[in-house]
Design a protein around this ligand. Structure first.
Ligand SMILES: [Zn+2]
Length: 182
């Protein structure tokens, strides 16, 4: 599958999700047995926040084995996460990587306004690199995604077998269920 085909399937899957309350991804026992037997061949890799209101497979109407997800608070890229994404992209040959922020992100909010110590201090440092002095939550979210996309594109370009991987940014609206592509 090409990156464009994969992206179109996910766009259509998201449209089904926010216009209907019925999940359409294949999570049947048959699909379970098939993927257990034949292995996984995800068509996309997703990096997003661990927020409990984000259900990646539901949001994109994907089934078992379709979407490989990495989740980290605030979808801030760490060295370990970056090397894990590279490993997964190489291992499974997924043509598409999506970096998805979301509205009302509690991690970003805490990192912008809370106690700057430990984990939140490191998130705050990363957000400053992405957004400078900007404090508006939704703007910071968008700038953070843009920086993640740039960073990942640079890293993938340096690896010949990953150079053609399509890397896109998105924002998930936790209220409407819609994914906006940026
Ligand atoms: Zn979040």
């Amino acid at each position: 599958m090409t990156a464009e085909e994969s992206l179109n399937i996910l766009k259509e899957g998201n449209r089904k999700f926010y216009t209907s309350s019925v999940p359409t991804g294949d999570i049947s026992p048959d699909r379970r047995h098939f993927t257990a037997d034949r292995g996984q061949q995800p068509n996309a890799i997703l990096i997003t926040c661990c927020d409990a209101r984000i259900l990646p497979e539901a949001i994109f109407s994907t089934g078992i084995g379709d979407l490989l997800s990495f989740r980290i608070p605030g979808n801030v890229l760490t060295p370990y996460l970056l090397s894990s994404v590279k490993f997964a992209a190489r291992q499974f040959g997924a043509p598409l990587v999506i970096l998805m922020g979301h509205t009302h992100c509690d991690t970003l909010k805490a990192a912008l306004t809370g106690h700057m110590e430990g984990f939140l201090a490191s998130v705050n440092e990363e957000l400053k690199k992405a957004a400078g002095p900007e404090k508006d939550l939704e703007k910071v979210c968008r700038l953070n995604v843009r920086r993640d996309v740039q960073l990942l594109r640079e890293i993938f370009r340096q690896t010949p077998e990953l150079a053609k991987t399509k890397i896109v940014g998105a924002i998930y609206n936790i209220d409407t269920g819609e994914v906006r592509w940026i």
